[in-house]
Write a protein that binds this ligand. Structure first.
Ligand code: SAM
Ligand code: SF4
Length: 327
């Protein structure tokens, strides 16, 4: 019988994010350093069989019903579609977050393997700025990747746009228009203190209210009721499209958080901003039973804090960057 992955505040966790690699073919300024990342050794990454086992325990014992693949860049992990087949067999809502650059090659294969939803990260529609932000000259291929995802039948396709003050905040309206034209849901994300080079500061954050201020004058937006999903959602009153805002910094949604994460090297995290982890890889490789693993996961979730404390003096940055945690 299924029990629940529940914490001390009564929050039930049903959404699992799996980072399949810490490597990436981009070097976004707000996420990774240009050079000097220490990559995990191949043998330290969870194998597909190990990932499947942890996912199965979480699905069968605790009713986890949503799995999102992330990274690093998930599409740089070889034979990713084989993992997708294994996870799709667990009968969960299976999604992926990607920088989109490999989708012209992989979108059809991943869709056929059982992936259903996709988020593509894109922070500028201007080639020069895109190159500054990602340190790669790949905007055309990412745009192609969006088209490939749509024509492969992913639904919905969402665009993740990290908005940074003085960097790309002048493109908010352009992105909202782009979303309406292409039939993709644009989700604006507040810049979080999880960048590898520690360039984050509060005054670089475009808050939800700053973002809405940019949109009100241009669009007639109607609020959509909130679910457990982190984004506040707004639909265009004429029915043509929707936008979301992920306000992790200015208005945290910790009260309704239902996520847990596993890193590429098999560390279970009960919060994006957690400063401690549970070493699931060691359990898997030292003969632990499914019961042992399940108990360790439940213990970790039981000890989850009420919420992160960004903006407070006692906030401690996790010692992993977003690219190692997976977003
Ligand atoms: N490589 C994939 C991608 O870029 O979509 C997946 C991994 S990436 C770490 C997951 C998400 O985290 C992306 O949407 C990315 O834009 C977002 N992200 C990375 N660093 C961030 C930061 N400092 N603040 C907010 N979001 C961030
Ligand atoms: Fe790579 Fe994604 Fe981080 Fe950009 S945001 S460096 S694409 S992991």
């Amino acid at each position: 019988m299924t029990s629940q992955l529940i914490d001390g505040f009564g929050r039930v966790h049903r959404d699992l994010r799996i980072s399949v690699t810490d490597r990436c073919n981009f070097r976004c300024t707000y996420c990774m350093p240009q050079e000097g990342m220490q990559w995990q050794r191949r043998e330290d990454l969870l194998s597909f069989e190990e990932i499947e086992r942890v996912a199965r325990i979480l699905v069968e014992r605790f009713g986890v019903n949503t799995i999102r693949l992330t990274g690093g860049e998930p599409t740089v992990r070889a034979k990713l579609s084989m993992l997708v087949v294994k996870l799709a067999a667990l009968d969960v809502d299976l999604a992926m977050t990607t920088n989109g650059v490999m989708l012209p090659l992989l979108a059809d294969e991943l869709r056929a393997a059982g992936l259903t939803r996709i988020n593509i990260s894109l922070d500028s529609l201007r080639p020069d700025r895109f190159e500054q932000l990602t340190r790669r000259n790949e905007l055309p291929r990412v745009l192609e990747g969006i088209d490939a995802a749509l024509s492969a039948g992913f639904s919905p396709v969402k665009l993740n746009v990290v908005v940074m003050k003085g960097v790309n905040d002048d493109e908010i309206v352009d992105f909202a228009r782009f979303g309406r034209e292409r039939g993709v849901v644009v989700r604006f994300i507040e810049f979080m203190p999880l960048d590898a080079e520690e360039i984050w500061s509060n005054d670089r954050v475009m808050t939800q209210s700053d973002i809405l201020d940019c949109l009100w004058g241009e669009f007639d937006l109607v609020r959509v009721e909130r679910t457990s999903a982190p984004a506040t959602r707004w639909r265009h009153a004429d029915g043509l499209g929707e936008i979301g805002i992920v306000s992790s910094v200015s208005e945290s949604f910790c009260d309704s958080c239902d996520r847990v994460r596993i890193t590429a090297d098999g560390q279970f995290r009960n919060c994006l901003f957690a400063t401690t982890e549970t070493d699931v890889r060691a359990l898997l490789r030292n003969g632990a039973s499914d019961n042992d693993v399940a108990e360790a996961l439940q213990r970790s979730v039981s000890s989850k804090w009420a919420g992160h404390s960004i903006n407070q003096v006692h906030f401690i940055r996790p010692n992993r960057s977003m690219s190692e945690i997976g977003g």
